[in-house]
Design a protein around this ligand. Structure first.
Ligand code: GLP
Length: 245
């Protein structure tokens, strides 16, 4: 695992964008796994800038998103569909046919999850998976206690995640309680991982991820087992690391 500590959110975002852009240039038809949340927003802004300023080409890139809330239609402004189109895809030359985001309104969720896994295999697997991290160490919506071998499936969100998400909804009753998420095992199948974290609120999760024992109680710790994982953090998120990097 390569740990890169950057000065702040902007520097973290720039470095992450350089990594993604390099992979897209090297393999124009690569498969990229995208994440939602506030953390990758700076990275997405920089990718948009690179697309506009330097013609970084996404026309052949296939995408798979990590997760989506169950029960939210794609046009809901808190859905991850909406997030991805608003904050990234509509600003790039992505081909709609190559974009995959879990369907929160799927009638048969188990069948949908199996189909999503098949699509990833058909695409040749994910070349580069971008990840954020929850303060409790979750990746995608794999909450503490998730099987480290899990595949795409429905998960119940924990109290801390519901609280963290409450600010985005008008009433607590509206906050989705379930999500479709790639599993920890699905994420580990990606050929390369790029995990980002910013702010002191992520410092315990980053300390556990980089230096703690591997445990399902901090799902992100499994990243230690990946052959090609880069963790890009800012100084605040790195503040509880003990080793020198
Ligand atoms: C949600 C998402 C995760 C994301 C996490 C952290 O739980 N499902 O993919 O990593 O939020 O979000 P933020 O980057 O806003 O702190």
């Amino acid at each position: 695992m390569l740990v890169q500590i950057t000065e702040n959110f902007e520097a973290m975002s720039k470095l992450a964008a350089e990594i993604v852009a390099e992979r897209v240039r090297r393999k124009p038809d690569c498969v990229v796994g995208f994440a939602t949340g506030s953390t990758p927003l700076g990275l997405y802004k920089e990718l948009i800038r690179l697309h506009r300023a330097e013609g970084l080409d996404f026309s052949k890139v296939t995408t798979f998103n990590l997760d989506e809330y169950v029960g939210l239609p794609p046009e809901h402004d808190q859905s991850y569909h909406y997030f991805m189109w608003e904050n990234l895809f509509k600003h790039l030359n992505v081909d709609r046919r190559f974009v995959h985001i879990p369907m929160g309104m799927a009638k048969d969720i188990d069948a949908f999850c199996a189909w999503y896994e098949e699509k990833m295999v058909e695409a040749g697997g994910i070349d580069l998976q971008i990840l954020g991290i929850g303060a409790n160490g979750h990746i995608a919506f794999n909450e503490p206690g998730s099987s480290l071998g899990s595949r795409t499936r429905i998960k119940t969100l924990t109290g801390t995640t519901l609280e963290a998400n409450a600010r985005f909804f008008k009433t607590p009753a509206e906050v989705p309680k379930y999500a479709i998420t790639m599993g920890v095992g699905t994420i580990m199948d990606a050929k390369e991982l790029l995990l980002l974290a910013s702010g002191v609120g992520k410092s315990d999760a980053i300390a556990a991820t980089c230096e703690g024992p591997i445990t399902a109680m901090w799902p992100a710790t499994i990243v230690q087992m990946h052959r090609s994982a880069t963790v890009v953090v800012d100084q605040a998120a790195a503040s509880k690391l003990k080793m020198k990097y």
